[in-house]
Design a protein around this ligand. Structure first.
Ligand code: PHE
Length: 455
């Protein structure tokens, strides 16, 4: 108890727990559902290339910056900016993060619900023996029906709330530690099956042979947005988690490790999916159903495919759960610390209000599909606004804060753990957060704005 600060915060119990919990937040549907479908729609290898540049050039320093803010302030994103920059408008970034958390939870939990449906469908044996066209119809019909997608959404939301109510240590750590290695293994098995299908090579070429001419402004914006979304950065999730990290953890090393794990899962998901898309006759650009349509096709071609499908979809649901709890945690930390609600009340309030938005989101594929904003339904709109606009703006200001506003001494202290680490990489880090990342993010924005004007 001696090293507790005045507000008694939970903290992760050891290094593995931090890395596991943050990796749990980062690795999820973003890697296995969103990355493949965006890659498929945005030219394959070209998208992957830009994505990787964004992840390593901007993602790692941004993740580190969030850790620095969270760990030094020991507060939620809004409170953290208020504390570190009193009477300055930086807290708006924290507020935007809380808003983004609401929006992300609404559509993310919708997709998480799809994983439960697919788990259920593999339980009943319904996934097997279907052609690509039949799997597409099955996905579309499910999406447009209202009841089951709603039910799965609510069940998933309930689970998320239950875990967040039970607190950081018991709740979050327990779930992340054991399950993720299994998921990784299953994806590897899927890769092997996919790669050994006749005609698989075209998929590998699609993913790994970038056609530079495909790098359009839209592709760059989508890749930037996806890199932030996948790493859970730009909205304060990792400020919140950073506030639970102990003072003797190496923040840069943790960020690097987590990023590598996250990227590996995304790329492996691509290796599992694209060869099969080409081998089984689907279209890489078929949109947000891609993962759910292609994977059952691969399971169908495996011995014990149905068992693998069962395991896969439940593990994917768990991966999604470790992400949704991290998003909900942002809202709950804000409500408990700023509005002084109890953890229980805060969680209930958050879950209820997200559910309202979520129900509308789920229905935007069926009953409410006529509500469109420049050709996007509510689901797509939330996805677009958060990933491509709010996270990049949040990320821009977070690096600007660390690069230009926050005291350099404090940054050095956090990154060297008060001098215990050498911090050789510090100048590189500072150079990126001061110049490279802000310029790159701003340029991507200006570039894509210019295009919106000229078309
Ligand atoms: N990174 C998570 C994923 O890829 C999603 C997420 C986004 C979580 C933003 C937290 C904040 O699945």
């Amino acid at each position: 108890m001696s090293n507790q600060t005045q507000n008694q915060r939970d903290s992760f119990s050891n290094k593995f727990a931090v890395v596991a919990a943050v990796a749990g937040s980062a690795i999820g549907l973003g890697n296995i559902w969103r990355f493949p479908y965006l890659t498929g729609q945005n030219g394959g290898g070209a998208f992957l290339l830009v994505y990787l540049v964004c992840v390593f050039m901007i993602g790692i320093p941004l993740m580190t910056s969030e850790f620095v803010i969270g760990r030094s302030a020991q507060l939620n994103p809004y409170g953290a900016f208020k504390k570190l920059a009193p009477r300055k408008p930086w807290f708006l970034i924290g507020l935007m993060g809380v808003a983004a958390a609401f929006m992300i939870l609404a559509f993310y939990t919708t997709v998480a619900g799809w994983t439960l449906e697919y788990f259920y469908q593999s339980l009943t044996g319904n996934l097997m023996g279907k052609t690509d066209a039949q799997l597409t119809t099955m996905f579309d019909t499910f999406l447009m029906s209202s009841f089951r997608p709603l039910l799965w959404f609510l069940i998933f939301m309930g689970f998320t709330g239950y875990i967040v109510i039970s607190g950081v240590k018991e709740g979050i750590e327990k779930f992340t530690k054991i399950m993720m290695p299994f998921l990784f293994l299953l994806i590897l098995i899927l890769c092997i099956r996919s790669l050994t299908l006749p005609g698989a090579k075209a998929g590998l070429q699609f993913l790994f042979r970038p056609d530079i001419s495909k790098i359009a402004p839209k592709v760059i914006l989508e890749a930037l947005g996806q890199s932030f979304f996948s790493l859970s950065v730009g909205m304060g999730t990792l400020i919140t988690y950073g506030s639970y990290i102990k003072k003797d953890e190496n923040l840069i090393a943790s960020a690097g490790l987590i990023t590598i794990a996250d990227v590996s899962v995304a790329v492996l998901a691509g290796v599992a999916i694209f060869p099969a898309v080409f081998a089984l006759g689907g279209s890489p650009a078929s949109g947000s159903g891609l993962t759910f349509i292609v994977l059952p096709g691969i399971f169908d071609k495996m011995p014990l495919g149905n068992v693998f499908a069962l395991m896969f979809f439940i593990l994917l649901a768990i991966a999604a759960l470790t992400s949704t709890i991290s998003v909900l945690e942002v809202i709950v930390a804000y409500l408990t610390e700023e509005l002084k609600m109890s953890r229980r009340k805060a969680t209930l309030a958050a879950v209820l209000s997200v559910s309202v938005l979520g129900i509308i989101t789920v229905l935007s594929f069926g009953t409410l599909s006529n509500i469109q904003f420049s050709n996007m339904n509510i689901f797509k709109l939330l996805e677009y606004l958060t990933s491509n606009i709010m996270l990049p703006i949040g990320g821009l200001f977070i690096v600007l804060f660390i690069g230009w506003f926050y005291s350099k001494d404090q940054v050095r202290k956090e990154l060297t753990n008060e001098g215990a680490l050498k911090g050789k990489i510090l100048p590189v880090f500072m150079f990126i957060v001061k110049f490279v990342a802000p310029v790159a993010i701003s340029m991507v924005f200006l570039y894509s704005l210019g295009v919106i004007k000229s078309t």
